[in-house]
Write a protein that binds this ligand. Structure first.
Ligand SMILES: [Zn+2]
Ligand SMILES: [Zn+2]
Length: 289
């Protein structure tokens, strides 16, 4: 049985967290390039990236790490050792397969420094892999275009629908069939949330489901005119102009843009982005600052 965090400790405000409600879920997180990136959906028990670990995020047991840059992974040992200290189950942390071994070495080093165990389940993923999180949720990994091995993730809601061959039947008939052991429904999956991590815009185009997910969390590291899109791509990042150029592709209900560089003040970034967004997406874009 998982310990209830709130009953064990008072909340500690150790890192900024912005929050948004959408339907039945809450998206919480914060992301600035080269500073720190972390997100979670508490209702799903799923988080993305471990740049820093806000105290409240410790109760989330499943994590998906996009890549090994420090602003996305520095808090890996923090999550692991805090959960051990609070007598919670070891977390499961999914990550690009190439970085599992160095992450295990990092945890071994922390065990020597801390003279305590750092128990965690580290699972390497390749593009195309699927993780069945629960009866209702699955997560798939897709490749993104950064300078090192990197993955994006889509969270799918699994739903059942009546097989078409039974569509003409009445409720009681369907129930009788089901009770007699006939599989009357089939499963389909809805893309609920796509998370991009760091990527050049080609990472958006590689998988059309990204544009269909209810919520899209994507990066927009650079926004000004002098930071040209081609330069951004060389560093494996996305520019405001890349999002503007794709405005017609986004079918998402909410598009969260984040991971802004520290070169500009937050107010300047907000002003530039708001001015440039086309009407077709303006109301759906959430500038995460
Ligand atoms: Zn980053
Ligand atoms: Zn990066």
């Amino acid at each position: 049985m998982e310990a209830d965090l709130e009953s064990l400790e008072t909340p500690v405000d150790n890192a900024p967290v912005l929050s948004m409600k959408h339907g039945t879920i809450t998206v919480e997180g914060y992301s600035r390039a080269a500073v720190q990136t972390y997100w979670r959906v508490p209702e799903w028990k799923i988080g993305f990236d471990l740049g820093v670990q806000p105290w409240s995020f410790m109760s989330t047991p499943n994590w998906f790490v996009s890549h090994g840059h420090l602003d996305h992974i520095a808090a890996l040992p923090v999550l692991v050792t805090r959960r051990r200290m609070m007598k919670m189950e070891p977390p499961t942390i999914y990550m690009p397969a190439e970085i599992v071994e160095p992450c295990e070495a990092l945890l071994r080093a922390i065990q020597r420094l801390d003279r305590g165990r750092a128990p965690a389940r580290l699972v390497g993923l390749k593009p195309g892999d699927t993780v069945e999180i629960s009866r209702e949720l699955a997560v798939t990994a897709f490749p993104t275009d950064h300078r090192i091995e990197s993955l994006g993730f889509i969270v799918w809601e699994k739903r059942k629908k009546l097989r078409p061959e039974f569509a003409h039947l009445e409720g009681p008939q369907i129930r009788d069939l089901r009770l007699s052991g006939v599989e009357v429904s089939s499963e389909f999956r809805m893309p609920k949330l796509a998370y991009m991590g760091d990527t050049a815009p080609s990472g958006l185009d590689i998988n059309p489901d990204i544009y269909k997910a209810e919520i899209l969390i994507c990066e927009m590291t650079f926004v000004t005119k002098h930071e040209r899109p081609e330069e951004s791509h060389k560093f494996g990042h996305t520019h405001l102009e890349d999002i503007v150029a794709r405005a017609d592709l986004f079918q998402n209900e909410v598009i969260i843009v984040s991971h802004f560089s520290t070169r500009q003040h937050s107010d300047t970034i907000r002003k530039i982005v708001e001015k440039r967004l086309p009407d077709s997406i303006r109301d759906r874009v959430k500038i995460w600052l």
